[in-house]
Design a protein around this ligand. Structure first.
Ligand SMILES: NC(=O)C1=CN([C@@H]2O[C@H](COP(=O)(O)OP(=O)(O)OC[C@H]3O[C@@H](n4cnc5c(N)ncnc54)[C@H](O)[C@@H]3O)[C@@H](O)[C@H]2O)C=CC1
Ligand SMILES: O=C(O)CCC(=O)C(=O)O
Length: 488
């Protein structure tokens, strides 16, 4: 039995103040574990609200960039402390809003704290180089300027980590931010904005406007007062945003889908490989762009691997993410659940064999939620839609390879190139995989998911706009290089 919590009323955060949208509209944010439970009412903002946020950011950005990096860093450290104090509360809200388990949600919030601290430290690291001039009397060096106002459009699957890894570098390098979080996780987003407010960020430096993607998201992409746009989400929307930003000469960065392979070689430790496949593919209910979805197994060990995998997947406990015994929460929203169920049907129609899962679970306590039991498909061929299209749900597809070389060929047979993993103990296999995989993240004897905040993150092929986020790579997007030549 769950204690009923009153829905929270959320406002926009503009110019350092909490404001209802001018039109007064709101949308419920619901708990995917029990759709009858409303977590909060969040603004359905319109373009006027966005314009107000851009004006506030414009008014704040010049004095913000004039601060020393260490002064901006001090405020990010304070925001990190505020978030750390509220770890449980934010994790719980995230779990209620989008379904991931409390342990994962709290872990993600702790990751947000660590990201903030990392970028706070960036405020005192080097931002340029001295380059010898051909003029003996001159001094030449590079420095960096912030873009100005950065628009952040973030998805619901990592409601803390993704916006924080976009906003923290934007802020530390001297930009003001206008943030549009996903409506599905806007109550969690408001708590992040509160942490920055508590830290004492100057008014207008960070603004949050909640509303529909077609209105506020598209509005950010096309707004002449926004100088750079960073987005994570679907390929379809990402490409529209990129085209809109490009057409008005704004900088953009897109992080989009994945269809990530794990390759199991004949010499792999099968127990570890099964564990990584389950964790990489099914944690967060498979709703990670880095999730494992194509499981490519060399023929010699295919049957043995399959048997171990299926018996362990069948044992995973599906349920409310706030229950301590739950391994796998619901899909984050109804549309996502319908997408997963439609791919389950599609897989069967294509001739793949469903070995387990792919159903709405039985039992009264789960009937009100967007649950799908974790699915494993056998006899999948690379051309099938379930092996090519991003499902973003708890679905693993098993593909048999003749040998290791053809396994790499199959692993690359996709339009995406975000993450790829291999299980093998053979150094030759490792080197071939590292050299031949077209993926931005290549992981050896480790699952496909697992992004470290201090390392560059981004995809090849259709997975990204070829830029990189996180670590020191972030400076490339959030700043412009200025080459300075000084002569006495
Ligand atoms: N790469 C990733 O991490 C993510 C991938 N996805 C993929 O996208 C699929 C659909 O999920 P959605 O939530 O519908 O993703 P989406 O791409 O529609 O949403 C991501 C963000 O973009 C905003 N948005 C939506 N339409 C927009 C538009 N026309 N212009 C500007 N912004 C817009 C949304 O409000 C949200 O803040 C998923 O099934 C999954 O395949 C979704 C979320 C994250
Ligand atoms: O695997 C991770 O931690 C990050 C995944 C991610 O960026 C995404 O799902 O959008």
């Amino acid at each position: 039995m769950h204690a009923v919590q009153e829905p929270q009323m959320i406002g926009n955060y503009i110019g350092g103040q909490w404001k209802a949208p001018a039109g007064g509209g709101s949308t419920p944010s619901i708990n995917p574990a029990r759709k009858s439970e409303i977590v909060g009412y969040v603004p359905d903002s319109q373009i006027g609200d966005l314009n107000e946020a851009v004006e506030a950011a414009e008014a704040a950005r010049r004095s913000w960039r004039k601060l020393a990096g260490s002064q901006r860093g001090a405020l990010l450290f304070k925001a990190a402390d505020a978030m750390e104090r509220r770890l449980d509360e934010i994790g719980r809200t995230m779990s209620r809003e989008m379904g991931k388990t409390f342990a994962e949600a709290k872990g993600e919030t702790a990751r947000g704290v660590a990201i903030l601290r990392y970028y706070a430290g960036e405020g005192i690291r080097k931002i340029g180089d001295v380059i010898p001039s051909t003029d003996a009397d001159a001094f030449m060096f590079t420095t960096r300027s912030p873009l100005g106002v950065v628009g952040v459009i973030s998805p619901w699957n990592f409601p803390v980590a993704i916006p924080v890894w976009k906003m923290a570098p934007a802020l530390i390098y001297g930009n003001a931010v206008v943030w549009k979080p996903a409506t599905e996780t806007a109550v969690t987003a408001a708590k992040i904005a509160e942490c920055f407010h508590e830290a004492g960020l100057p008014a207008g430096v960070l603004n949050m406007v909640i509303g529909g993607g077609r209105v506020i998201g598209q509005g950010i992409a096309s707004h002449p007062g926004i100088h750079g746009v960073t987005f994570t989400g679907s390929n379809e929307v990402g490409k529209q945003i990129g085209q809109t930003a490009l057409s008005r000469g704004a900088k953009y960065q897109l992080e989009m889908g994945g269809k990530n392979p794990i390759v199991i070689a004949a010499d792999a430790d099968l127990d570890l490989a099964v564990e990584a496949t389950i964790s990489g593919g099914l944690r967060s209910t498979g709703q990670k762009c880095t999730a494992t979805s194509r499981v490519i197994v060399v023929r010699d060990v295919y049957e043995a691997f399959k048997e171990k995998l299926v018996s362990q997947v069948k044992a995973l406990k599906v349920g409310d993410g706030l229950e301590a015994s739950t391994w796998l929460g619901p899909c984050a929203n109804e549309k996502q659940m319908e997408t997963v169920l439609s791919y389950i049907n599609r897989g069967k129609e294509e001739g793949a064999v469903l070995l387990c899962g792919g159903e709405r679970p039985e039992g009264a306590e789960l009937a009100d939620g967007f649950y799908v039991t974790p699915a494993v498909f056998d006899r999948v061929t690379s051309g099938m839609a379930i092996a090519q299209e991003e499902i973003f749900g708890p679905v693993l597809t098993l593909i048999e390879a003749d040998d290791f070389e053809s396994a790499i060929g199959l692993a690359n047979d996709t339009e995406f190139g975000l993450s790829a993993s291999v299980y093998t103990r053979d150094i030759g296999n490792v080197l071939s995989f590292v050299h031949e995989m077209d993926a931005g993240l290549v992981r050896i004897n480790a699952e496909t998911a697992g992004v470290e905040l201090q390392a560059p993150f981004g995809g090849m092929k259709q997975s990204s706009s070829h830029s990189r986020e996180q670590g020191q790579a972030a400076i490339e997007f959030y700043t412009s290089v200025k080459t300075v030549f000084i002569k006495p």
